[in-house]
Design a protein around this ligand. Structure first.
Ligand SMILES: [Zn+2]
Length: 549
């Protein structure tokens, strides 16, 4: 990973007294760049053009539209026509898509040394041409997203400080898992935009679960409707250079499943799920899953989910990890691999340390897939729960050691929705930091990212937090909150940041209620209209109401 940031001078953030930035400001001054401090590119209406290459990808075209839309929405100005003689030109793309990027890259060694999905941003206010270079589509989108966050949106103009940033994400799978329920799926248009917004934060994958039990069968019109939504969201993700992820519970079944194949009831699992030890059931489950898999565009990451829901308590399936789960997981994955050899197949172990699901039998599952043993060709790694407060999914230090010693790639499934969940935007810094600490307890070379579990819109800040950590797992939570506030609250960022600290569930200030009411009312009167139009403000206002009851 290379993370080089020079001349990163943002007076606004200095005003926030975010200590984390002092080092970079000092470095810039050391470099004799003190006079750059005031050097800011200022572009008014039709003064800044975005220049795409001749081979611009759909991701590049779309992110240029998003940039233009945001500038219009916040500053009320238009970008210049790329063909016209604009005062400033922002050249966007990859070495392959854009000749100007290729020429720029030839003079900058940091472009050649970018890792997968990395980006370089070069803004020198004295010059007419500026660059966002991505190593891939996802890198271009993340780079433009970063630029949007560095921009300041004034009425009638945008300002960009002098920037020289090169950053590569440390983990390859920076996904978001959106729970398939009406909070998200009742609003497909808004979710479409949300997927794009995640990409701007460096997210490169969307994970969804097709829950068969919601439907009578594959031909149920309701199932068709959901598949349509999934196809649409995957198309949006693909257009942004993202991966597609599908989570499937291995013994899931339609709610009309044959009764003779059903499970012996187990905690948290609907009775229509199938027992993998009943005659014909494995073939039936594979056939159903194959049908769903083939109805969707190519899935990049397929997750075999074991429990919650899932499982069977019959004697033949006990213990579940090696006798029930594996009995269906192995042939199912063999089949998926046969259909789509490029699909990464991950084994999730969520909930398996619950006594009902085999106690420590999950260790046998891990041992069988250990790097030293014979293991299926398709096995990409283990997805482990990151849920320190979850009674059955939490991992002890000893558990983590077992995974580290198996030396297989790892992803995390961070629980950001259920813990401390309440109405309105969730802010829970101490909890988030515990997720960060736990993730960093896994061997860094093995950790490949994950899918935070998001149930609804109120996990937005937690999602950004996790996505930021997939880029840089050592980034302080405070820095991410500063970035979030500056992007979504513009000129009122410092004040909004104070409000988020008050809404933080780990805040024990005895006068918290009064302070929340006061800060909320004040912000409500001073925020720019574009902030108030964003659903995030509604979530925060809801959280204020909840906390001041
Ligand atoms: Zn069974």
């Amino acid at each position: 990973m290379s993370n080089m940031q020079n001349h990163r001078i943002i007076p606004f953030r200095a005003a926030l007294a975010a200590l984390a930035f002092c080092a970079s400001i000092a470095a810039a001054e050391d470099a004799g760049a003190a006079n750059l401090r005031r050097e800011v590119l200022k572009a008014g209406d039709a003064q800044l053009a975005v220049v795409l290459g001749a081979n611009a990808s759909p991701a590049e075209k779309r992110v240029a539209e998003l940039l233009a839309g945001r500038v219009k929405e916040r500053a009320g100005i238009a970008l210049a026509d790329p063909g016209a003689q604009a005062r400033f030109r922002l050249v966007i793309g990859t070495v392959a898509s854009n000749e100007r990027i290729k020429a720029f890259a030839a003079t900058r060694k940091e472009v050649a040394s970018l890792g997968s999905d990395g980006y370089v941003i070069a803004v020198e206010p004295g010059k007419p041409e500026h660059y966002v270079v991505g190593q891939s589509d996802s890198g271009v989108v993340a780079g433009v997203g970063r630029l949007m966050r560095e921009m300041r949106y004034q009425n009638g103009r945008v300002e960009v400080p002098s920037l020289h940033i090169a950053e590569t994400p440390q983990m390859p799978n920076r996904g978001m898992y959106l729970w398939a329920r009406k909070d998200f799926f009742g609003k497909p248009d808004q979710v479409d935009r949300y997927v794009e917004e995640f990409a701007l934060w460096g997210c490169n994958g969307i994970g969804l679960w097709f829950e068969m039990g919601m439907f009578k069968g594959f031909d149920d019109p309701e199932a068709k409707k959901w598949l349509d939504i999934y196809r649409r969201l995957y198309a949006t993700a693909k257009r942004m250079g993202m991966k597609t992820g599908l989570l499937m519970v291995v013994n899931d079944a339609y709610n009309t499943s044959p009764t003779e194949m059903r499970i012996k009831p187990i905690i948290g699992c609907p009775d229509h799920y199938l027992c993998p030890n009943k005659p014909g059931s494995v073939e039936q489950m594979i056939a159903w899953q194959e049908q769903v898999f083939k109805a969707l565009p190519r899935i990049d990451i397929f997750n075999l989910f074991p429990a919650d829901p899932g499982g069977c308590s019959c004697l033949d399936c006990t213990p579940w990890p090696t006798r029930g789960f594996w009995r269906i997981a192995k042939p199912l994955a063999d089949r998926i691999h046969e259909i789509s050899p490029k699909t990464e197949i991950w084994v999730d172990t969520w909930h398996l340390n619950h006594p009902t699901f085999g106690g420590k039998d999950w260790e046998n599952l891990v041992a069988n897939l250990d790097w030293t043993k014979e293991r299926p060709k398709w096995f990409a790694g283990f997805e482990v729960g990151l849920a320190p407060h979850h009674g059955f999914a939490r991992m002890s230090a000893e558990d983590r050691k077992v995974y580290n010693e198996a030396r297989q790639p790892l992803m995390v499934f961070p629980e950001i929705s259920m813990w401390g969940n309440h109405e309105g935007m969730l802010v829970n810094k101490e909890y988030w930091k515990s997720l960060q600490t736990e993730m960093n307890d896994y061997t860094p070379g093995l950790m490949k990212g994950g899918w935070p579990y998001s149930e609804r819109w109120n996990t937005d800040i937690a999602s950004v937090m996790m996505l930021s950590w997939f880029w840089n797992p050592k980034k302080p939570a405070e820095t991410v909150l500063d970035e979030y506030s500056s992007f979504y609250f513009g000129p009122e960022a410092a004040s909004a940041r104070d409000l988020l600290d008050l809404l933080d569930d780990s805040n024990t200030d005895p006068q918290r209620k009064e302070k929340i009411s006061e800060k909320h009312a004040k912000l409500d009167g001073s925020l720019p209209e574009w902030v108030k139009r964003d659903w995030r403000w509604a979530e925060i206002a809801e959280s204020c109401r909840f906390r001041t009851r």
